[in-house]
Design a binder for this molecule. Structure first.
Ligand SMILES: [Zn+2]
Length: 713
């Protein structure tokens, strides 16, 4: 495997039109943060880049909705993102924004180079145009019916129901979001990137890990679902994509290019360039050369993203970089799948989410609890699930009962036996080891156990298997608990004080190792453990690689005589009431958003006049008798009391109501509907029923014991 001199790690630019939720965290930011912290502790040259994505139609749409300017919208979310990331411990080296002057310049430079080198095709085509607002309708400015699945609120660039990528002209019954009117077609010129011409090398790059016949990366490092999604895109035929838009918000097409007036770069062209401009900004501030990271083959580029961004980071952006010619390509794109919430897809529009800034406000001090649960359930290979109950269980059973209790027990015993000083260590005194090892001295076997476990953890991290890496941390803690149980120092202190010294010294070894190894996952917890041990907090230096060397050499991690701080718990149980409150909050948002959700409501019927309504004779009635219609599963034959007469009605409710249970039921009857003969029975009128989205029926009734035969109007 190639040894890289530098590592450039990016996390998906969050889009500045809504807050961050747990799906974003576990999808892109946490895996990137764990990986970067790991590299730093292995003494690697690494830069961790991100920033707010502030262009595109969704920003201006959001601004319209909130009655703010686009600038106010992006300022609002940019500030919130920065704050939220910092509070949850995402350790970017630089967090930038795409509205910056530098980003506009860098994006234009790249566009200019591609243009000059003939990498674009200019195409004139008819696109939808809103005459009232004098505006072309790109992407989210237009909605209509999806041609693939029939969903009626599909956008011009994508159907959110079936996930299909669309062009505005694909939509059936297109409507302008601005005027709500049917748009006209109007001719416009744009610069297209001929992705189809890049299909063959892209396929070799993604599937075989080769670029221009030369080995570029190990394709085994790429996740199957990432390769699968790219392959399916390529196999279905890549098409030229417009790289510009007729919009008034975004990066201008360089003005010296003829026809550039009023044209902006497509947001998916400028957004990933944000990684480059942010690196430039960081390099300038830190006296580095950004080209060492972006344009040198001994630098490794890794994009952490969610699966919805795979095509942009694995197909379009690499094709742009290669067409430009000066840039390295992504080494690997370890995209994650999605996290669901309490059995349902996370949705911003339905407010079905755990918002990270709200979590931090409502559960202060539980930053690492969330990091722990989101890493433990990271959707690395398939979609995963967040439930508040399993969050509570994982926290109480694993962080409290396993980790926190182990560390607390060790500290309490060391204070009790040795006044808080690390005891002496004699490698020749036998104890009961957690590993049944025939390697000789127990000291060796404990150190080798720790060393082996930490190596497996490092390998898991290198393979983006964060769940397994975290599990190893918890295994080490569980082994520490086992070491205490097998040797029972609280009993043995009188009988065999020499052995207890060794057991307590080794236990402190475990705690020290945990304080280092846990840092990439739970940085706040690492700080707490370090303080308990009276050791300096870690600075993301080379601590992990140093500790591995010490363990390999059989060196002590803590010197006898070192004084510990007072014992205290690093985690305490989270109560049911806290969790219940969160569950209640979620169910509240379900009720609130039911009205605006994506349910398939029946299509509204056309308008009728008052006179037409008044023609209907709707009356209260009561069921006197009910029986099934022979050989008809759905039909009941009902005798109705209308006060002035009784009449027979056949109703299609047999699958919803047992005949004997509806005798005496008050109903509403459309009494002047023309009689029909149904299965040989003459039916005079129709009983009104309410139907829900699952086709369930319910009577529309007046109050109990209401007089029958009177009108409903
Ligand atoms: Zn669709």
């Amino acid at each position: 495997m190639q040894e890289f001199q530098r590592h450039l790690i990016t996390a998906a630019l969050p889009y500045a039109n809504g807050p961050l939720h747990i799906g974003h965290l576990t999808g892109a930011y946490l895996p990137a943060d764990v990986y970067v912290r790991f590299l730093r502790m292995m003494d690697k040259d690494v830069v961790f880049i991100c920033g707010s994505d502030e262009h595109g139609a969704a920003i201006t749409m959001r601004a319209m909705k909130e009655n703010l300017s686009p600038q106010e919208i992006i300022d609002k979310y940019h500030t919130q993102f920065k704050d939220t990331f910092s509070r949850i411990g995402i350790s970017f080296d630089h967090y930038d924004r795409t509205s910056s002057k530098r980003h506009h310049n860098t994006s234009q430079d790249i566009f200019r180079t591609l243009y000059k080198n003939g990498k674009f095709t200019e195409i004139e085509s008819n696109q939808y145009y809103d005459e009232k607002f004098n505006q072309f309708l790109a992407d989210r400015y237009i909605t209509g019916t999806c041609p693939k699945c029939g969903y009626e609120s599909a956008y011009g660039d994508q159907c959110e129901k079936c996930g299909s990528s669309l062009n505005p002209t694909d939509l059936i019954n297109p409507k302008s979001v601005l005027s709500n009117e049917t748009p006209i077609l109007k001719s416009t010129r744009h610069w297209y990137f001929p992705l189809d011409q890049h299909a063959s090398w892209l396929s070799d790059y993604i599937v075989n890990g080769k670029v221009d016949g030369v080995e570029h990366h190990d394709p085994g490092l790429w996740k199957n679902h990432v390769i699968g999604q790219c392959k399916s895109w390529i196999d279905n035929g890549l098409q030229a994509r417009a790289m510009t838009r007729d919009l008034d918000w975004g990066v201008d097409v360089p003005q010296e290019i003829p026809g550039s007036k009023g044209k902006k770069l497509y947001v998916w062209l400028d957004a990933p360039i944000g990684y480059i401009s942010a690196t430039q900004e960081w390099a300038e501030k830190n006296d580095k050369n950004w080209k060492d990271y972006w344009q040198s083959s001994d630098s490794q580029l890794i994009h952490f993203i969610g699966k919805d961004n795979i095509v942009f980071h694995c197909v379009i952006f690499p094709a742009i970089l290669k067409a430009h010619g000066d840039y390295i390509l992504p080494h690997v794109v370890p995209a994650n799948q999605f996290m669901n919430l309490e059995g349902d897809k996370i949705s911003t529009s339905r407010n079905w989410a755990v918002w990270v800034h709200e979590y931090l406000d409502e559960l202060p001090g539980y930053e690492d609890a969330l990091r722990y649960y989101l890493i433990k359930n990271m959707p690395e290979q398939k979609d995963s699930e967040f439930t508040w109950k399993s969050f509570q269980e994982a926290y109480n059973n694993e962080l409290v009962n396993n980790l926190s209790n182990f560390i607390h027990r060790v500290l309490v015993l060391v204070h009790k036996f040795y006044d808080g000083n690390v005891p002496n260590f004699d490698p020749d005194v036998p104890i009961n080891s957690v590993e049944d090892s025939d390697l000789g001295g127990f000291h060796d076997s404990e150190c080798i156990y720790l060393f082996d476990q930490l190596h497996v953890m490092c390998d898991s991290l290198r393979n983006f298997d964060f769940r397994n890496a975290l599990k190893i941390i918890m295994d080490i803690s569980a082994s520490g608990n086992l070491l205490l149980q097998k040797n029972e120092p609280w009993k043995m202190i009188k009988e065999d004080p020499d052995a207890v010294e060794v057991v307590m010294n080794l236990s402190l070894h475990y705690v020290t190792a945990l304080s280092v190894a846990i840092q990439p996952f739970l940085p706040f917890t690492s700080d707490k453990i370090r303080k308990l041990l009276n050791l300096p907090v870690l600075k993301d230096g080379a601590e992990l690689v140093r500790m591995l060397d010490q363990l390999a050499e059989g060196e002590l991690l803590l010197q006898p005589g070192h004084k510990l701080s007072e014992a205290s718990y690093i985690f305490t149980k989270i109560e049911d009431s806290v969790i219940d409150k969160q569950i209640q909050k979620l169910s509240g948002s379900k009720v609130q958003t039911a009205k605006t959700s994506n349910m398939n409501y029946p299509v509204p019927k056309s308008e009728i006049s008052y006179d037409e309504f008044m023609k209907m004779d709707i009356r209260t009635a009561r069921i006197l008798h009910a029986e099934r219609v022979p050989k008809a599963d759905k039909l009941l034959k009902l005798e109705l009391d209308l006060g002035y007469e009784t009449r027979t009605v056949v109703s299609g409710i047999a699958e919803h109501y047992e005949p004997e249970k509806i005798i005496g039921q008050e109903v509403s009857l459309l009494a002047n509907l023309a009689p029909r003969v149904i299965r040989g029975v003459e039916s005079k009128g129709m009983i009104l029923m309410a139907e829900d989205e699952n086709g369930k029926l319910s009577f529309v009734s007046p109050s109990k014991n209401w007089s029958v035969g009177f009108t409903i109007k």
